[in-house]
Design a protein around this ligand. Structure first.
Ligand SMILES: *[C@@H]1O[C@H](CO)[C@@H](O)[C@H](O)[C@H]1NC(C)=O
Ligand SMILES: *[C@@H]1O[C@H](CO)[C@@H](O)[C@H](O)[C@H]1NC(C)=O
Ligand SMILES: *[C@@H]1O[C@H](CO)[C@@H](O)[C@H](O)[C@H]1NC(C)=O
Ligand SMILES: *[C@@H]1O[C@H](CO)[C@@H](O)[C@H](O)[C@H]1NC(C)=O
Ligand SMILES: *[C@@H]1O[C@H](CO)[C@@H](O)[C@H](O)[C@H]1NC(C)=O
Ligand SMILES: *[C@@H]1O[C@H](CO)[C@@H](O)[C@H](O)[C@H]1NC(C)=O
Ligand SMILES: *[C@@H]1O[C@H](CO)[C@@H](O)[C@H](O)[C@H]1NC(C)=O
Length: 655
């Protein structure tokens, strides 16, 4: 019956189409979304439409929580959500795609549709977003001279292949095809990039039209300044602007009018909070400021997307960095109206109240903040150093090379690589080990024959004195702390990207160990060399512990936060899931969010820590602690000399 009904309808539509085609007028489908230039607004199903939207990145939230977060967004009164599609999250190696589990974009779109939220899809190849390399896959750098986000032929070929996979999947989710997607972004803040390549924008425009058809609204977004709009916009792509609380709303929209004399006013990124860097203050933007400017925007009748509505987490290695090099922490809480863990905040209710002044808010209960549980202290034991576990971490063994190779040359894009050579001379006196041309990307943990010598750090600490005998191993463990996501320094090669000298002489004959740490941790680390050595707690090493979920307490497991008292810098996994980096020695983030979906009650949970610098295990208690509240605002060490927190607009003005 149902199918027949559908079929009959399809025949009717086909007939209609043929009839119309005969007279040369296009068919107007039941569902439509477009721009009404005459009345300066969007048209949805032929009626004037204004959206209030919020950003949520599915790549920063576990799949099991997508629905909860989307429902909370719906209950705040939002019409739409905006999400980026991070290319590097889906295409690990050229032609190898992953759209399953936490990467199941189509399921995310389906949930939004079911909950009654429209989607503004930022599908363009570059996303910025404080995400590794702004979403561009690091393998693009196999061509060392590649000019990203330009008409560089290799770049375009890669973009064309990727969009040829992504966009056909998106087509059935377009609004006019029955799905939630009303608009698609082709490039992101391109006007702030140096290339200003209109052929590239035209290429993207054609590519998107070819895959998605002529009807969908394609758009661009730029900082609200004529300077940015000049290179960021193109005829045929609707240009929108970005600005935050405290901005002059009139002036900002007049700037958009410069590009789009007619059509809807749109702020695509209205900042509810701001990003963080290790070694700087935690950004906080008062709700009252956000509410005030939001209200002004809505009073204009303008469309707005709040960036972020929920920030989420940079799990694993996904955080990006800014220049001068400062990496972003694991938490992407963003001081957003829903916290990193999805909690309802005072800002959520302030925003909801403002929205309620302009439209009807859905009635009914708001999904409550999920309960958190303090599982308490868990003691850890040292499994072994990176050196001792090398066979397990690097089963393929070392790659030999006269001079150092980069991560990309090794085809390892994330995490850590061990560079090893033998000291060619006796260094009984302190001897300077130096990186030429600022080549430590980004942080290196140096030891000689297992004796820690110190840390080298990109742009900051490029020389270190070492001691050791000729013929002993010099080990340099290099950490990729996240690729630059913004500006002209996107081509961010990792590893030892230039030569290392000892007393001025270039070191040669390296054995370079790619480290497949995530696999090894997932399988349970095996130390084949343990015993004998007196443990040294200053060397990069792994520690493991186990904790059960208490029985007899209802509704466990629940979300929790890990605190790392006395630990310095490293990475944490639970049951093989990479929770991200910790660095309490810098801050501002002191706890890591642990979503309950990675915990099990049927058996003990395994926790693995890779401490890079110094663990408390030799002198203090060798433990971690699970607590029920996050601590994101404790900066213990200021990396930047200015201690200045840039606002978004100031940031854009400075670059
Ligand atoms: C795809 O990604 C999911 C996580 O989102 C992961 O569990 C799965 O192993 C990945 N698949 C492949 C083939 O790498
Ligand atoms: C805001 O900008 C408008 C247009 O440029 C200008 O007329 C107005 O004086 C500005 N308001 C403030 C408070 O600066
Ligand atoms: C290094 O010193 C040791 C003993 O101090 C000596 O036997 C050896 O020959 C020296 N090697 C070099 C390369 O100078
Ligand atoms: C290395 O040691 C020399 C001699 O003790 C000293 O002058 C120099 O400052 C040291 N360099 C560093 C980077 O510590
Ligand atoms: C290291 O130095 C050698 C010899 O000067 C040079 O050929 C090579 O390109 C350098 N390698 C890197 C990675 O800078
Ligand atoms: C914890 O690790 C052990 C040993 O590797 C393994 O047998 C067990 O399945 C792991 N537990 C979980 C919950 O992953
Ligand atoms: C950190 O945040 C907490 C919770 O919002 C607050 O109570 C505390 O005063 C803040 N601390 C600092 C140093 O800002």
């Amino acid at each position: 019956m149902f199918c027949c009904y559908l079929l009959c309808n399809m025949f009717a539509l086909l007939l209609l189409y043929l009839l119309h085609a005969g007279f040369g007028t296009p068919i107007t489908s039941q569902r439509s979304f477009g721009i009404d230039y005459a009345h300066d607004c969007f048209l949805k199903d032929g009626k004037p439409f204004r959206y209030i939207s919020g950003s949520i990145h599915y790549s920063r939230i576990p799949r099991s929580y997508w629905k909860d977060r989307l429902l909370k967004m719906k209950m705040a009164g939002l019409d739409a959500i905006q999400t980026y599609v991070p290319w590097n999250f889906h295409e690990f190696e050229p032609g190898v795609y992953n759209f399953s589990d936490d990467r199941d974009l189509e399921y995310f779109l389906q949930l939004a549709e079911e909950i009654g939220l429209l989607v503004i899809l930022r599908a363009g190849p570059y996303i910025c977003a404080e995400w590794d390399m702004g979403g561009l896959p690091a393998w693009l750098l196999k061509k060392e001279s590649i000019v990203l986000r330009s008409s560089d032929s290799d770049y375009l070929a890669a973009v064309g292949r990727w969009m040829g996979v992504l966009l056909p999947k998106m087509k059935s989710h377009l609004y006019q095809n029955g799905g939630p997607i009303i608009m698609v972004q082709v490039e992101n803040e391109y006007g702030s990039y140096f290339a200003c390549d209109f052929n590239y924008l035209r290429y993207l425009q054609n590519l998107f039209r070819q895959h998605l058809g002529d009807e969908v609204v394609l758009f661009t977004t730029d900082g609200a300044s004529k300077l940015f709009l000049r290179c960021g916009t193109l005829q045929g792509l609707y240009s929108t602007v970005d600005f935050g609380p405290g901005s002059n709303v009139t002036a900002a929209f007049l700037t958009q009018r410069h590009s789009e004399p007619k059509g809807p006013l749109v702020n695509s990124e209205f900042y509810t909070g701001w990003l963080d860097h290790w070694g700087d203050h935690h950004s906080v933007i008062p709700s009252s400021r956000v509410a005030k400017t939001l209200s002004e925007i809505l009073a204009w009748g303008a469309n707005v997307n709040m960036y972020m509505f929920i920030g989420g987490t940079n799990f694993g290695y996904w955080n990006g960095a800014n220049m001068p090099f400062m990496a972003q922490p694991t938490s992407y809480d963003y001081d957003a109206p829903l916290s990193e863990a999805g909690d309802l905040t005072e800002k959520y209710f302030a925003i909801r109240e403002v929205i309620g002044m302009y439209k009807e808010i859905p009635q009914g209960p708001i999904p409550p903040t999920t309960p958190k549980y303090a599982y308490g202290e868990v003691s850890l034991e040292r499994v072994g150093t990176v050196r001792e576990l090398l066979n397990d971490l690097s089963p393929s063994g070392p790659i030999k090379s006269i001079y150092p190779l980069t991560f990309v040359q090794l085809k390892q894009y994330f995490g850590y690589v061990l560079y090893r050579t033998k000291l060619p001379r006796n260094c009984s006196e302190k001897t300077p080990l130096s990186s030429t041309f600022d080549g430590i990307h980004d942080r290196a943990y140096v030891s000689v024959n297992g004796i820690p010598q110190g840390v080298l750090e990109r742009s900051k600490l490029l020389t270190l004195n070492i001691t050791g005998n000729a013929g002993t191993y010099l080990d340099i463990l290099v950490e990729n702390m996240g690729r630059v996501n913004y500006g002209r320094y996107n081509n961010d090669f990792k590893g030892l990207i230039s030569n290392v000298t000892l007393a001025g002489e270039i070191l040669m004959d390296w054995e370079i160990y790619p480290l497949d740490i995530d696999r090894a941790v997932g399988q349970g680390l095996k130390n084949e060399m343990s015993g004998g050595n007196i443990p040294n707690y200053e060397e990069p090493a792994f520690y493991v512990g186990h904790f059960p979920i208490p029985s007899g307490i209802p509704d466990l497991p629940q979300d929790t936060f890990i605190r790392v008292p006395g630990w310095t810098k490293g990475q944490v996994w639970i049951n093989g899931f990479n929770l991200g980096r910790y660095w309490p020695a810098r801050g501002p983030q002191l706890t890591l969010f642990v979503p309950s979906n990675i915990l099990v009650s049927s058996s003990p949970n395994n926790i693995t820590v890779m401490e890079l610098e110094s663990s408390p295990c030799g002198t203090q208690k060798c433990l971690l602690e699970f607590i029920d509240k996050p601590i994101l605002n404790a900066t213990l060490y200021y990396e930047s000399s200015t201690e200045k927190l840039f606002t978004r607009d100031e940031w854009l003005d400075h670059i």
